[in-house]
Every structure is written in structure tokens, then in C-alpha cells.
Design a binder for this molecule. Structure first.
Ligand code: G3H
Ligand code: 13P
Ligand code: ZN
Length: 339
């Protein structure tokens, strides 16, 4: 099966009323863990690579790892998505590499730090949509900014998404999916107390869904930061501080109101780190790296399998045939932005 596009996978998720996990990948063990979880759960899945991931693995290794996943699991719709593209050139590079979906994060300037103005965001996103759709590739845009800074990415400031501006943004850009800012942030340190209804602006999701019922929303910063993983890391020599993530019930509430792509990176990182620390600590005479990476891969698989089930995507892999990029390009050609 060819790699799937984000557009098709999220259209199907909307029909089925579920969300699809988008998990960040940087290396073989993460790709394998996600693939195994998707096979086990018979679930569509999105694998996303940041610019940092592409730099870490190297573009060819990353692409071939995903191709290996697609060959291993032909029955699973797998999307290869660029996470937080910083400028149109990066998105075009990813499209040339074979990504079937790109995020143009025009909420920040190309430095990945400074919040941009609205006109800039519309202009760069529109430019990427035109180039991507001509090739059948899907585009995610972002309106509003998240808190937190990952690998130098992010302004650290939160600007919640304005629902009326969201309507205009989708109309002007033609994005397939819209990342909304509702008070989440990237990384392990999201909240200092368990977030309740007043911490996350879930009402914005409902409002945006009411105004844009056909638009697929994306929730970034959706790791739940399980206490159990934090405790295990610390018991094995780690020094993570007290922290809270996004409760799964809040994500499920979002899914009931149009959230279709749920971004999870940190939970996979925590699961892998817990397994690595424990195995290294418990086996001081071991020096075969496979002894450490195997449980790490299993830990990644477990967290991904749990999220795919919680988001409702499990069991939906066989609902549809993946459409190739050419078919998606034809679809877009029939309804250009602004027509
Ligand atoms: O949005 C951020 C993701 O967690 C990716 O993080 O840039 O450190 O790879 P990264
Ligand atoms: P987390 O840091 O919460 O996993 O968020 C990941 C993300 O939004 C990637 O774009
Ligand atoms: Zn993100």
C-alpha cells in the first residue's frame, strides 16, 4: 500500500468519529514500535518527523525507515508528515523527499521563535498549500501559538486561537487540517497542577467546530505525561521535576468536537527513557545495546497502542483503501482555493 495522505486519513476519522495519533519519529526503534502497535491495534497511524528529527536521522534514513514500515504493514494506512515546518522551503524539501503531508507552521516566523502576524501566516501557508496540493500532498496550518519550547522551537508565549480568525484562515489558505492553540504546550513540563476545565480552553474547540464543521482540528502538545513513567525514570536515576500533562479525557472530549489529529511525542520519549534507564541500571554487566533497545521499543509500542485505543482509531485500518497522491492531486484540482 502507498503511504496515505493526512487528508484521507482524517476524512475517514471524521466519518468514524475518532482521532488518529501522530507520533514523532527519529530512529528505527520508534518507527518499529509505532508500526507494531498499529498492526496490533489494526489502526491507521501518522508518523511525523520534525526538522530536528530529519537532521538527527538524516533524510534518507528517515524516509527509508518509513518505507520499511509501509512494506511491513501494507494493511495499515501510514501517513508520513512533516511536523512544524518553519518555512515554505522546508515543506517543499519534505515533499520532494516523499512526505505525504506537511505542516507549515506560519504561526511563528522562520526563526521558529517569534510569533508572526496573521498576514504572514496566511501568505506562507497559502503558498505551501498551492505547491503541496498540486502533488496531492496534504497541509496542516497553525493558528495561535502553544506554550513551551522544544529543541529551540516555540515562542514560549501562548496565544489562543480566535474562532472567527480560524474561519477566515481556512477559507484563505485551503488547509486540510488546522492546529489550534487551546493552552497546551510542547514537552514534559506543561502544567504545575492537574489541568481542569479552566486551564485548557476546550470551549474554543467546540466553538471552532461549530463554525468549521468540515475542518479537521489538530491538538499539539497532547502528551499525558503519565506519572508512572515520571516515577520510573526518577527511580532509575532520573531527575524529572513534578509535572502534569493533558488528561486523556480532555483529548477524548476534543475528539468528540472535531479534533482528528493528536500529536504525541513526549510520552514516547518518556516511555523509552524509562525502559532504557531501568535496563541499564538492572544489568551493569550487559554491553549489547540490543538488550537496552529491545525493551525501549516495546515501551514505545505499549504507549502508542494505548493512545490509538484511547483515541478510538483501533480497528479502523481496514475501513478504506489508501488513495495514491495522484488521486488526491486530481481531487484538489477540481476545487482550487478561492474558487
Ligand atoms: O513539536 C515538537 C516535537 O515534540 C518535536 O520535537 O523538534 O525536539 O524533534 P523536536
Ligand atoms: P508533546 O510534547 O506533548 O508530545 O507534543 C508533541 C507535539 O505537539 C509535536 O508537534
Ligand atoms: Zn507540535
Amino acid at each position: 500500500m502507498p503511504l496515505a495522505t493526512l487528508r484521507q486519513v482524517l476524512d475517514e476519522a471524521a466519518k468514524g468519529g475518532y482521532g488518529v495519533g501522530a507520533f514523532n519519529v527519529n530512529n528505527m526503534e520508534q518507527v518499529q514500535g509505532i508500526t507494531e502497535a498499529a498492526i496490533e491495534q489494526a489502526s491507521p497511524v501518522i508518523m511525523q518527523a520534525s526538522r530536528g528529527a530529519i537532521a538527527y536521522a538524516g533524510p534518507n534514513f528517515l524516509r527509508h525507515l518509513i518505507m520499511a514500515a509501509a512494506e511491513t504493514a501494507p494493511e495499515i494506512p501510514i501517513v508520513l508528515h512533516l511536523d512544524h515546518g518553519d518555512k515554505p522551503e522546508t515543506c517543499l524539501m519534505a515533499i520532494d523527499l516523499g512526505f505525504t503531508s506537511v505542516m507549515m507552521d506560519g504561526s511563528l516566523l522562520a526563526d521558529g521563535k517569534t510569533p508572526s502576524d496573521y498576514d504572514y501566516n496566511v501568505a506562507v501557508t497559502r503558498e505551501v498549500v498551492a505547491a503541496a496540493h498540486a502533488k496531492g500532498v496534504s497541509v496542516e496550518g497553525e493558528l495561535g501559538t502553544l506554550g513551551g519550547i522544544e529543541d529551540g522551537h516555540g515562542s514560549g508565549e501562548v496565544h489562543l486561537t480566535d474562532p472567527d480568525q480560524a474561519v477566515d484562515f481556512v477559507e484563505q489558505t485551503g488547509v486540510d487540517a488546522l492546529a489550534v492553540a487551546i493552552g497546551t504546550s510542547h514537552g514534559a513540563y506543561k502544567f504545575t497542577k492537574k489541568p481542569t476545565g479552566d486551564v485548557l480552553a476546550m470551549h474554543l474547540i467546540e466553538e471552532i467546530h461549530g463554525k468549521l464543521p468540515e475542518t479537521h482540528m489538530v491538538m499539539h502538545g497532547s502528551s499525558s505525561v503519565p506519572q508512572e513513567l515520571v516515577d520510573r525514570i526518577n527511580a532509575a536515576g532520573g531527575k524529572l521535576e513534578a509535572t502534569y500533562g493533558v488528561p486523556v479525557e480532555e483529548i477524548q472530549q476534543g475528539i468528540r468536537h472535531g479534533v482528528r489529529k493528536v500529536n504525541v511525542d513526549t510520552d514516547g520519549r518518556l516511555a523509552i527513557t524509562a525502559a532504557l534507564r531501568e535496563t541499564i541500571l538492572a544489568n551493569p554487566k550487559e554491553f549489547d545495546p540490543r538488550a537496552f533497545f529491545k525493551p525501549a521499543r516495546e515501551a514505545m509500542k505499549a504507549v502508542v497502542a494505548e493512545r490509538l485505543t484511547q483515541f478510538g482509531a483501533a480497528g479502523h485500518a481496514g475501513d478504506y483503501e489508501v488513495l495514491p497522491l495522484e488521486a488526491m492531486a486530481e481531487r484538489y484540482a477540481g476545487s482550487p482555493v478561492g474558487a
